[in-house]
Design a protein around this ligand. Structure first.
Ligand code: FUC
Length: 825
């Protein structure tokens, strides 16, 4: 049915959304009418940002371990690729010798509530920087691997161009016509076969002609012919800081399988002539074995990857890849209706949202005004919001699979030798945000690489805890890298010792969603227990308030007005630790272990500072009442307890209201991830309009043509945060009545914005082991189906109404708009 056109805005037609029974598969595509601009020539430019501009229009594919950016050039194609263990550096313990000796003095100064810019504060900062921070002071950077460069002679003049990324099949496709021949290229990264595959076809026989080379930005690299259809690229990362030092070794191989015509190698190139089609198979490996061992042989490894592929035909590779991807991706479908905007290329759709929102300051000046949003912006293209949601899921599937490294600041996609913030793992928000969609959007197994990293951090973090704080357990400060650095880094804002508590929260969340007791016993509890153990030893009594507090610490990257940054007992730390102790106690009860230890944790929990309400009615960010009204810092640290935590819930109305005061002060986001955090925060405050505003502005202010999120540079966390945030607007399940901790409350449509009056979402997951499908119309739920995966009871909530439900494993329960049961399957 053709949607009815109702308005003309900015010269573009837009229309009332029409809702399909199943979202059209075409609505799961990003597409463009022109190639991503290639770097000017084939050398790596001096100014890396110049290249990045082109890269940010390319389209990502990923298998978790391997990632690639497809530019879609016609005569010249560039496919930039990554492997997730190619990092600068080598196994290393970052703790500075003798750091622990300075702890008593640092603590004493932190308790002295130093004013900013005083001599004492400067001296403290100097001491921390020179004697307490890690050695070296920066962690190591994630590296680019190389590029596939393809030249197609005679393809300078082309027509009918289209390039697309199909989220549903995870295939990037480029098509265009030269003369009367249509050419198609497909690129995907296969998890089951561990390979990046490129397929080049022409509509007419014998028309495929090209030359292939491998290239790399690493100074130390060479390309070689390996056989009559294969070339290799090998090299070694040279770490420039603090001095030139050879590090991780790497090798990749690319093989060309031609259908008809001929393939030959000469020099460092492969040439295909007069073929009907050709398949390119790229494998890649490094010397990394684990964070303490780099003895791997990248040549033997890539040879083994290639051998494993054998003679598998393109169709078989594609079939396995698509099946594997869709097994994950298709678990959730999301439909907000479509307008004519959805027929436009993705960059033009985004441009409309950007143009229409230009008058809104965003960031630091504007206060949220839900009704001030341009209706011709994102409202006129609800399918773009749905696409953006699914893109976050797509990116997680592409950058985090069991057995791979966890998704870093750029997921798995990086072309720079010096990427922003080293493209590592920032744990005072960014790394955790990557995993917000994992459980709720039905991608639970993609959480695994984070848990594998926790296993490593328990080892390196225990060393740091002992040496720096003479404490048992494991500590993690605000960053880590491939080498599992856990000491404080960079600057004084690296001195935040609560990272392990935040990571532990993910282990507990995984348990709540899956109720997997084996996971709890073997994987989660030991890490949670050791994280708690650290705080048992590390917390210290504040001489003024008599509370047990963290010291030294600070509220992430935010100094209290007029005060030195380094302080003690910030609200976020108290929430993180209170939560950690609580679920560690609960886990020990569930598992029937460590009752004495649990008792100890309960004693400590009583002595933590509570969430405090300040003189303006705000939730305090610091242990003292120092907040300034309307401070709109990008970090939302004291609201951790509202989201992703549950230390603040409507059960305590006063604190809940105080949290809302602070949330409002913080205003709109500035960096992409800071919008991405505000979405679920407003959802937890049950305000769909404010949540939607943050999403709208994130797209308008911090999104690139390829829908990558921008911090300043590209940072994947904002994509993941927005996806998790949208899920939180539609479904929440974090509340449990105190009298029955096993009864999860499944809250349907807790923060539905007016811009999405009609829609459906299928396959979201709720804690306790449930899958939830919902449809709504006129802003009201019309139908919900709850499928019980484990047979647990639950409490359904719709607005003020609740219904308790006993379930049987495997059964589905359908409810109408009044939460009355309409059938049982
Ligand atoms: C935190 C943020 C920055 C950036 C960096 C990776 O330090 O405050 O904005 O996201 O992490």
């Amino acid at each position: 049915m053709k949607p009815i056109t109702i308005a003309i805005a900015l010269g573009v037609l837009f229309s009332l959304p029409s809702l399909a029974a199943e979202p059209a598969r075409d609505d799961l595509k990003l597409w463009y009418a022109q190639p991503a601009p290639l770097a000017k020539d084939w050398t790596y430019p001096k100014n890396p940002l110049e290249q990045t501009k082109a890269w940010l229009e390319a389209l990502p594919v990923g298998s978790g371990r391997l990632g690639a950016m497809v530019f879609g050039g016609a005569a010249e194609e560039r496919i930039q690729f990554n492997e997730d263990t190619l990092w600068a550096g080598k196994p290393h313990d970052y703790v500075r010798e003798g750091a622990g000796e300075h702890l008593p003095f640092i603590r004493q100064q932190a308790f002295a509530n130093l004013k900013e810019d005083t001599q004492e504060a400067e001296a403290l900062n100097k001491l921390i920087k020179e004697k307490f921070l890690s050695n070296p002071v920066r962690q190591k950077a994630y590296q680019p691997f190389g590029d596939i460069r393809l030249t197609f002679p005679g393809h300078e003049d082309f027509s009918n161009y289209r390039r697309e990324l199909d989220l549903d099949s995870a295939i990037a496709r480029t098509t265009y016509k030269v003369g009367d021949v249509t050419y198609t290229r497909e690129v995907f990264a296969s998890y089951p076969d561990d390979v990046i595959v490129v397929r080049i076809t022409a509509e007419k026989p014998g028309k495929v002609n090209f030359t292939l080379k491998l290239d790399s930005p690493h100074e130390r690299h060479e390309t070689k012919v390996v056989g009559n259809d294969t070339i290799s690229l090998s090299g070694q990362v040279i770490d420039r800081v603090p001095k030139d030092e050879p590090g991780t070794r790497f090798e990749s191989r690319i093989r060309v399988v031609n259908d008809g015509g001929s393939v030959s190698t000469s020099g460092d190139a492969i040439t295909v002539e007069n073929a009907d089609a050709a398949t390119l198979l790229l494998v890649a490996a490094t010397s990394f074995v684990n964070f303490q061992d780099v003895s791997g042989d990248p040549a033997a490894r890539s040879q083994a990857y290639m051998q494993k592929l054998g003679d598998k035909a393109y169709d078989a590779l594609k079939q396995e890849h698509v099946a594997d991807h869709q097994r994950l991706f298709r678990r959730v479908s999301f439909d907000l209706g479509r307008t004519d905007r959805a027929d436009l290329p993705t960059d033009e759709r985004l441009k409309h949202v950007i143009e229409s929102s230009k008058s809104i300051a965003g960031g630091n000046k504007d206060k949220p005004k839900p009704d001030a949003l341009p209706r011709e912006g994102l409202d006129a293209d609800p399918a773009l919001a749905a696409l953006y949601f699914q893109y976050g899921r797509y990116m997680l599937i592409g950058s985090s699979r069991p057995g791979t490294q966890a998704a870093n600041l750029q997921g798995v996609w990086n072309e720079l030798l010096n990427p922003p913030w080293e493209s590592k793992y920032t744990t005072n928000i960014n790394f955790e945000m990557n995993y917000w969609p994992a459980e709720v959007t039905n991608l639970s197994e993609l959480h695994e690489p984070m848990f594998a990293m926790i296993d490593d951090l328990r080892v390196s973090g225990a060393r740091t805890a002992k040496k720096m704080y003479d404490s048992r357990g494991w500590v993690l400060h605000h960053n880590t890298d491939l080498w599992r650095g856990t000491a404080p880094i960079n600057n004084i804002d690296g001195l935040w010792p609560t990272g392990a508590a935040w990571l532990s929260h993910h282990l507990w969340e995984r348990y709540l969603f899956t109720r997997d007791k084996e996971f709890l016993a073997i994987r989660a509890y030991p890490a949670m227990k050791e994280a708690s153990q650290f705080f048992v030893d590390f917390l210290i009594k504040d001489p003024t308030t008599r509370y047990l507090v963290t010291n030294p610490s600070h509220s992430p990257e935010h100094a209290a007005p007029g005060r030195a940054l380094i302080s003690y007992g910030p609200t976020m730390d108290n929430q993180l630790i209170r939560s950690l102790l609580s679920y560690t106690i609960e886990a020990s009860e569930i598992l029937g272990v460590d009752s004495d230890f649990a008792q100890k944790l309960a004693d400590i929990r009583k002595q933590l500072p509570p969430n405090q309400i300040g003189r303006h009615g705000q939730l305090q960010e610091w242990i003292q009442d120092l907040d300034e009204p309307d401070n709109n810092h990008r970090h939302m640290s004291p609201l951790w307890g509202l989201y992703p935590g549950w230390d603040i819930t409507p059960a305590d109305t006063k604190v809940f209201d105080a949290a809302k005061v602070l949330l409002k002060w913080r205003g709109d986001g500035s960096t992409g991830w800071s919008f991405g955090w505000r979405i679920p925060l407003w959802a937890r405050a049950y305000d769909g309009e404010y949540a939607y505003r943050q999403l709208h502005l994130q797209l308008a202010k911090r999104t690139l043509p390829n829908l990558f999120d921008l911090c300043g540079p590209f940072q994947a966390d904002g994509n993941f945060g927005a996806t998790g945030g949208i899920a939180e607007m539609l479904l929440q399940s974090h509340l449990r009545p105190t009298e029955n901790r096993d009864l999860h409350e499944i809250h349907l449509l807790p923060a539905l914005p007016s811009a999405w009056p009609k829609g459906s979402i299928n396959g979201l997951r709720a804690r306790g082991g449930f899958e939830v499908n919902m449809t709504w119309d006129g802003g009201e739920l019309t139908k919900a189906t709850i499928t019980s995966q484990l047979g647990n009871p639950c409490r359904l909530r719709l607005g003020d109404k609740t219904v308790d439900l006993k379930t049987e494993k495997g059964k589905s329960y359908t409810f109408d708009a009044q939460l009355a049961r309409s059938n049982q399957q």
